[in-house]
Design a protein around this ligand. Structure first.
Ligand SMILES: Cc1ncc(COP(=O)(O)O)c(C=O)c1O
Length: 470
């Protein structure tokens, strides 16, 4: 049994974070190994001369960073690394606590928030309008699980903005994009099925796969996305149930597939009778983009999007568009999860879509992202050369011999939170080192700029003993 006591000498910042950093360092340098037991809260507090509450907070922080696990009565242990054989690790959905979005705390560039550019005022006005309308009863009673007919019709009109023609009967209203993904998995897959993904995918899909016992298998990509040959190979090898993909402003890489690539992938999927779940939550950010991939998948294309990146994430509203022949499966899935999305939010979005306010927000976001990109390019230069300038998320590749998770840990110690490549990786291969940085989340540009300057400094200064791969 290892009785490990960290040294806090030379560590700055709050004591709880210094202890968590010491745990991270000890794991990185091998002095703590997977399965090692950490001292009890009381013993460590005594050894360090700090309060038990400080150690409790430090262990919480280390658990949040996925460094340790613990069970009441059994103790606290160093976690094994994430692997396919360790699905409990995959089940974790890595999210920094939201209180870290305060103006005084760390600069949190890890979550993809669009900024609020007038939505609060419009929300107040729309709620007031709704409260004065005759339709309040409808918001208080059960509705069709696929959504109120007017809200499904508004969803179909909204999807026209990305070039998708859909009938209202094809639309299911959900509680956001993550729920749209879960509804799709629930409607299409059974435990044990394989779903293909990009080798770096949205962590929400990794979390879902863990919950639903779905195997994720990566398909190789080039600069614009999934390679047709690799897709054919993966279909032969895995007999997958579906492909989950983000053809427009892929998360995390911000890559967008050309129309030619979309047509090629769709032809392969149709031939293989494989469903394709197209996640297009960022689809309205580029001013010019190819039609959705599902345009060429009349029988197997499932399109999903949400209000989160184009209106406001707190509305928790999403839309799925599925072939009519299988829309009933989505109805069953919705009933099994939440019965129906709250009609109040559907009504707010319907009014924003029909009044033109939703388009106005999208226009403002497109303008805002351009302003932020000027700052990004001035500070990060070549590091962001191959990113799409209409994206709030940036993908910064690190030199090959660096470790992204250690780099992200180091940035956290410097006061900036970002997501390392490991968070997005599917399969056993270690991802090439990179970090995702989101520039829409902090409320002030000044804080975002400060965060980018710290990242630029860390990139310039190069690896310290923590970052260099051993
Ligand atoms: C690609 C992708 N899909 C889905 C979601 C979930 O969005 P929502 O907030 O609508 O649940 C996100 C959120 O960041 C995302 O990046």
């Amino acid at each position: 049994m290892t009785i490990w006591t960290p040294s806090l000498e030379g560590r700055s910042g709050p004591t709880y974070r210094a202890i968590a950093d010491a745990v991270a360092d000890a794991i990185a340098d091998g002095s703590l190994k997977p399965g090692d037991r950490l001292p009890t809260h009381r013993d460590l507090a005594w050894a360090l001369g700090v309060t038990v509450a400080t150690v409790t907070r430090a262990y919480q922080e280390a658990r949040r960073r996925d460094l340790i696990d613990g069970e009441v009565g059994r103790g606290t242990f160093v976690r094994p690394p994430d692997t396919d054989e360790n699905p409990s690790a995959v089940r974790r959905f890595h999210l920094p606590p939201l209180e870290e979005f305060s103006e005084s705390g760390p600069i949190n560039l890890s979550l993809n928030f669009p900024p609020l550019l007038g939505q609060e005022q419009a929300f107040a006005e729309t709620l007031a309008e709704i409260s004065r309308s005759n339709g309040l009863g409808q918001m208080l009673t059960y509705q069709h699980s696929l959504g109120v007919p007017e809200h499904r019709a508004a969803g179909a009109r909204w999807l026209k903005r990305v070039g998708l023609t859909a009938r209202p009967e094809q639309i299911a209203v959900t509680c956001g994009g993550q729920h749209a993904m879960e509804t799709s998995i629930s409607a299409l897959c059974r435990p044990g099925d394989t779903v293909l993904t990009e080798p770096l995918t949205y962590p929400g899909m990794k979390a879902l796969a863990g919950q639903w016992d779905i195997k994720l298998a990566p398909v190789a990509c080039d600069g614009e996305g999934i390679l047709p040959d690799a897709l054919e190979d993966a279909i032969r090898q895995h007999a997958p149930r579906a492909l989950y993909t983000m053809p427009t402003l892929q998360n995390p890489t911000s890559a967008t597939m050309s129309e030619g690539r979309r047509r090629a992938l769709a032809a392969i999927a149709e031939r293989a009778e494989m469903f394709v779940i197209e996640d297009d939550v960022y689809g309205l950010m580029p001013q010019d983009r190819p039609p959705p991939l599902v345009s060429w998948l009349p029988r197997h294309g499932i399109y999903l999007t949400s209000s989160s990146k184009s209106m406001a994430p707190g509305l928790r509203l999403g839309w799925v568009c599925a072939p009519l022949a299988i829309i009933d499966r989505f109805q069953v899935a919705l009933r099994a999860s939440c019965w129906m999305a709250p009609p109040l939010m559907g009504e707010v979005a319907r009014r924003w879509i029909d009044s033109g306010f939703a388009d106005e927000i999208v226009g403002k976001l497109q303008q805002d992202v351009r302003v932020r990109w000027k700052m990004v390019e001035a500070i990060l230069g070549d590091h962001v050369a191959d990113n799409d300038r209409s994206s709030y998320h940036l993908w910064i590749r690190l030199p090959e011999h660096w470790r992204a998770d250690a780099f992200a840990d180091q940035l956290q110690r410097m006061g900036v939170i970002v997501m390392p490549a490991e968070t997005f990786a599917v399969g056993k291969q270690r991802p090439t080192p990179a970090i995702r940085v989101c520039v829409g989340a902090m409320t002030t540009l000044r804080r975002t700029e400060e965060g980018l300057r710290i990242i630029a400094r860390a990139l310039r200064e190069g690896p310290d003993h923590l970052i260099a791969a051993m």
